[in-house]
Design a binder for this molecule. Sequence first.
Ligand code: ADP
Ligand code: MG
Length: 617
Amino acid sequence: MADIIQLLPDHVANQIAAGEVVQRPASVVKELLENAVDAQATSIKLIVKEAGKTLIQVIDDGKGMSTTDARLSFERHATSKIRTADDLFQLNTKGFRGEALASIAAIAHVELKTKQEGEEVGTSIIIEGSEIVEQEVVVAPKGTSIAVKNLFFNIPARRNFLKSNTVELRHIIDEFHRVTLAHPNIAFAMYHNGSESFQLPESNYRQRIVNIFGNRTNEKLVPVEEDTEVLKISGFVGKPEYAKKSRGEQFFFVNDRFIKSAYLNHAIASAFEGLLKDGAHASYFLNLQVNPQTIDINIHPTKTEIKFDDEHTLYAILRSSVKHSLGQFNIAPVLDFERDANLDTPYGFKNKGANTPTIEVDRSFNPFQEEKETRTKPQVSYKKETAGSWEGLYVGLESKSTKTQQDFSEVHFESDEQTASMFTNENEVEQQQSTYQLNNKYIISKVKSGMLLIDQHRAHQRVLYEDFLKNLTVKEAMSQQLLFPLQLHFSSQEITIINQVKEDLEHTGFMFASIHTDSIEITGVPVSVPESEVSIILEQLISDVENEVPDSNFSATDLLAKSMSKSLAIKTGQSLSLQEQEHLVNKLFACKEPNVSPTNRPTFVTMTMDELDRKFL
Ligand code: ADP
Ligand code: MG
């Protein structure tokens, strides 16, 4: 029989290797930035178009390459960084596999210009799908520029798998953060579609963090320093009161290399124990220096995971030094006036301000007249400040309709009536009770065939979700004007995201007076949104947009409705009055799809009499 094994041609092997190295535009960004850092650049510029799908260019002022090296750099296993396998354990460069450029050149159009210090002229090379199509002598500044165009042009399946520009850009910015945070002594700039996204001058570590995440970050940082034989730590953790819902700002660098480590992350989380609100994540920017011989960075092709020889010791040192910093800088739990009020008051009272006792005489009171309409009007949370003219604060965005009253009895849960339930005596309660709340989590409701067990959080999410979706599509949401505009601070990427969803937000009832580069001013919010929750809602929204996994039927409106309903839905643990329970059950079954939450999880389960009977056999 004939021999059938053959060696794969280089360009095929490179394409296969590219599958490991280049998953998305952000992988190219990472490799090019790291090469520029390794080339001892002092200033590095990243230019991106359409989230890297059409162009990723990195320009550095590093040491450049000779003509021969320039050609060789695109060969597989071509590296100037190691010579023997032993060198791997002394590594102080980012790269060493010699695979990145070869992989990138296999799946994109690449233009390289490079010149070494002291040379008169440089080299320009154009490569398409591993083929060198042009090589020239050029006049160029010292350093290297690599432009990667039309990524995955020859692998349509991969190209089609790329996510939306928002998502791909998010990944690129993540990589940019990682490299720029690891090297504050190098100046970086980033441009996307022609406009400047970041301008980071050479600086110290603290300034670098502030330059990336916005001026307001400065006051949030608590320094962490530790110097032991096995481990040196330097950097910052975020003060607990600024902890965010999203996991965004968490960075470990080991020997200047960004790494992910769930284990070390846990060490930080445990140092913060008792200081964070539920669901909040501490921010941290920590540099760990360890002996390169005690780690193995070789275990992952994209090199973000490493193995430590002695993880337990690192864990203990890290935890105790973060704890120490939090203690030293007096970050003990402070009296928290913003603490989640739901914990102390039943849900029905959560938005009601304390009423100043006043004596009022209704001079027009006529006992023979029917009860005044205002008695049954839904109560609004800020009644206190706005007494008398609260209606003036409601502005329909597109239709200043007369449906006002009806509309917000729909969006709001509370009504004066429920106040009564606190005072009704036990007997009465028993008579009318058709629902029962179990462990502040489930509502049990009696139906003919048996009973329903309703998850209160998911059910309310469904109700709010359909409400928001309706508002977003008919664009008729009610807005509640704020007495004082609300100013909120965000980083520049967060502002970019807010700009993207601004119009949709307006359809839900948000009103923006202005959006600056690091803050926004809000003058109106949806009727169902308490002012105190606005920043949490926007944070959650930003984090949802960032982590959005778009599928074929992704839509921004849907995402917004999901995110806001998640933030606003009553939580597990909230106690509900009977009226609220019933109201929720009724609203749920008035929904189009009552069976599932917006994220497709069951909102209730049924238990029929038959099933119950069988349990007693
Ligand atoms: P690695 O970084 O693992 O060595 P790469 O494929 O990323 O492999 O790069 C191959 C080689 O090309 C590098 O070892 C380096 O010598 C050279 N090189 C790549 N980018 C640059 C650059 N921006 N400036 C100077 N040399 C570079
Ligand atoms: Mg490299």
